[in-house]
Design a protein around this ligand. Structure first.
Ligand code: SAH
Length: 359
């Protein structure tokens, strides 16, 4: 497979260059400029991305003159844990982190049979405005840098001591609305010199920004793309997702087909089941018809009630019936296990509660 090149993706503009968002090649350049031997770059990279050094002080084999220069000229991103909730039901842990500028994001740690998974946020807030989603209630503050996305994972690893096999970009924010930083983040996360996570175990979820879906298909990544579909007609989708004003379901399906063609990776459709909105027999038939030609996997998510919105999920029985209707049509379906229902489980709820409590 062709090497992907992230050199042409700009480093995020920060006051001082962001050390933990730099590739090994970029670090080598930086180290050279400090008149240090090239192997120092590899040591530094290891400290940041493998040994998860909390600060320069921990880097015992780096000479102090170099540490002083680093301190002076670069920023070293760390996130601060503000809140941690552990579910008594299933071991799910929800984290609230403050970024270096004190803005807040949520991340979730989940235990599955296949391994441990972390769900990270890609932005502070969100501007997509989906009606059922709490992340969007306070609008978009800003996008996260690659190092701020990585640090959510690194800090959870430091705090829990657990191994991580899967990462999903399904927390607050629209990852494809932060495209360059997202791609750089994926490269760093899956770099063999760093945390070395398998690209196959990374999932990026989007509300469907069509041009960026085509771009992602061309990045030579073997990650899973999940499309938040949630409705099978343009009319209904527009009622619950403002992005549907810009792109039709037909355009979305063409973009998914291109993704499958380019990457060989089957896409996933996410479908949040909302009582009396998108849970009819007709909806199930429409969903199956969209999924079949793409061989898409469907992930049903009984909608997490958000106080401000008034949407409710169907009864468990109705969720199972909806699943059966899809399966009868030969579709591969899973129901998202409701995790951590006792701990502000839904996207954006922990952060939103903190913001409203402090007003
Ligand atoms: N912006 C991206 C990723 C963030 S949300 C996207 O739209 O895909 C991750 C998933 O959770 C999306 O499918 C989103 O639609 C869904 N979601 C958001 N709020 C929800 C809620 N209250 N109940 C169930 N699913 C929700």
């Amino acid at each position: 497979m062709e090497e992907t090149n992230i050199k042409d993706r700009p480093l995020p503009e920060t006051e001082k260059p962001d050390l933990k968002s730099m590739t090994l090649a970029e670090l080598e350049e930086a180290v050279k400029a400090m008149s240090q031997p090239a192997f120092r770059a590899r040591q530094l990279y290891q400290w940041m991305h493998v040994r998860l050094a909390p600060d320069y002080g921990a880097m015992t084999n780096i000479p102090s003159v170099m540490k002083e220069k680093l301190e002076e000229n670069y920023s070293y991103t760390r996130v601060r844990m503000i809140d941690r909730q552990i579910s008594k039901l299933d071991g799910t842990q929800k984290f609230l982190f403050a970024m270096p500028d004190n803005s807040l994001v949520e991340s979730v740690f989940m235990k599955y049979k296949f391994g441990n998974s972390i769900c990270i946020s890609s932005q502070v807030g969100c501007r997509m405005g989906c009606r059922f989603c709490a992340s969007t209630l306070d609008g978009l503050i800003r996008s996260l840098t690659p190092s701020e996305m990585l640090e959510q994972i690194y800090e959870i690893r430091r705090v829990t001591g657990e191994k991580i096999s899967h990462v999903v970009v399904m927390g607050t924010g629209e990852p494809l609305d932060n495209y360059d930083n997202l791609v750089r983040f994926i490269h760093l996360l899956t770099d063999e010199n760093g945390m070395n996570l398998s690209q196959r175990n990374v999932t990026v979820s989007t509300c469907g920004i069509v041009p960026r879906m085509y771009d992602l298909a061309k990045e030579n990544l073997s990650i899973t793309l999940a499309l938040s579909l949630h409705a099978v007609t343009d009319e209904k989708r527009r009622e619950i997702m403002p992005i549907a004003e810009r792109y039709s379901i037909k355009e979305l399906m063409e973009a998914c087909a291109a993704y499958f063609r380019e990457t060989g990776r089957q896409v996933t459709f996410e479908y949040s089941l909302i009582r009396d909105v998108n849970d009819s027999a007709q909806d199930a038939a429409g969903l199956a018809a969209l999924a079949r030609p793409l061989r898409a996997h469907i992930n049903l998510i009984p909608v997490n009630p958000v106080r401000e919105r008034g949407y409710r999920h169907p009864e468990d029985e109705a969720v199972r019936a909806f699943k059966n209707k899809l399966e009868k049509r030969g579709i591969n379906v899973s129901i998202r296990r409701v995790m951590g229902r006792d701990i502000d489980g839904a996207c954006g709820q922990l952060r939103h509660r903190h913001l409203t409590d402090s007003q």
